[in-house]
Design a protein around this ligand. Structure first.
Ligand code: HEM
Length: 305
């Protein structure tokens, strides 16, 4: 899934073909593996490798941007076209180094979160056939009620998929794709009798909240129906912070929910799938599949032997 998404996003954002995308992905993999490491900047340490990978990613993106800036007339129909237009317009609001940072943040924050969440979705559905049955009831029923033929899914139809949207919430809650939300205290802050001094770095771990049994009953259980319980729903929603909070909250929060719900919709309407290998998952901060998670996906009319 990661490779598929990475190829799609690099094509749409920076016009890369599969080969170039693969090369960039290798650099991102190296960056990712040292992301949460002890910060010793010395050859051979994970942190050092991560910093080298970061430089390599930035170099590839800087070179790509420079190439595009030298041929501004040539359009590729991607995000870089828009960036080049901004940089070469009158009084650009961004600089070249900001553009490189922007693109690398976008590639990183979109692909490495969504791919994990979709893997957790497949695994959770596989382990909970009752959830699949409920999805298989709601989604065709919604399409049956549709007036006016087979258009794409409308916003109202998407919103009407109550259960499917609860499955989406539960997938997002259980997967905790982002392991830390970073803030700095501007003044002394009191929390549960402790003082966090001004200027300290604070890391909020969404998993600690999403798997807290006082807020989410039986928190390790994948249970989309929990979101139906009106008496607990508002407390759960108040403590549901997969996308952070405040002005730096994830700008893609609604897109992510739509993406997951649409994936579920298409999956149960058109496909069947089997687990092949890699069913062992463990949780450190987010959910990990040490051997990868492998499925065989087929259209519904393709017979399984
Ligand atoms: C499961 C999917 C995702 C999760 C759980 C997630 C979560 C987060 C979180 C927790 C933050 C930090 C928010 C804060 O500091 O309050 C963040 C920031 C960000 N996310 Fe996402 N994200 C996801 C997918 C995406 C996608 C698909 C994109 C892009 C298409 C994206 C783009 C960004 C960007 C650009 C920021 C930085 C915002 C800023 O600093 O102002 N995210 N995300």
């Amino acid at each position: 899934i990661l490779q598929l998404l990475f190829e799609m996003v690099t094509r749409r954002c920076i016009g890369f073909d599969s080969t170039k995308s693969r090369q960039l992905r290798d650099k991102f993999d190296a960056l990712f593996s040292g992301l949460f490491s002890f910060p010793i900047y010395f050859p051979g340490t994970p942190f050092y490798r991560c910093m080298q990978a970061r430089k390599n990613v930035q170099k590839i993106l800087r070179d790509t941007l420079a190439e595009r800036l030298s041929t501004p007339g040539k359009k590729h129909g991607d995000l870089l076209d828009v960036i080049v237009q901004e940089l070469q317009g009158e009084g650009p609001l961004i600089s070249e180094s900001f553009a490189v940072d922007l693109v690398s943040t976008l590639l990183f924050s979109s692909v490495f979160t969504l791919s994990g969440i979709i893997a957790v979705a497949f695994k959770s559905l596989h382990d909970n056939p009752d959830v699949v049955h409920a999805l298989q009831k709601e989604n065709p029923a919604m399409l049956k009620d549709r007036k006016g033929g087979c258009s794409g899914l409308t916003w109202e139809e998407y919103k009407s998929l109550t259960f499917t949207n609860q499955v989406t919430n539960e997938i997002i809650r259980i997967s905790n794709a982002v392991v830390g939300i970073f803030r700095r205290t501007l003044t002394d802050v009191q929390v549960n009798g402790y003082t966090i001094p001004a200027g300290w770095q604070v890391i909020v771990n969404p998993m600690a909240v999403h798997l807290n049994e006082e807020l989410f009953e039986d928190p390790l259980k994948f249970n989309p129906w929990r979101w139906l319980d009106e008496s607990k729903r508002s407390t759960m929603l108040k403590n549901f912070l997969p996308f952070g909070a405040g002005i730096r909250a994830c700008p893609a929060a609604e897109f992510v929910k739509l993406f997951v719900t649409l994936t579920l919709h298409i999956l149960v309407m058109e496909y069947r799938w089997e687990e092949i290998k890699g069913a062992d998952a463990f949780r450190s901060a987010d959910v990990m599949f040490p051997l990868g998670y492998h499925i065989r996906l087929r259209t519904q009319d393709d017979k399984i032997n």
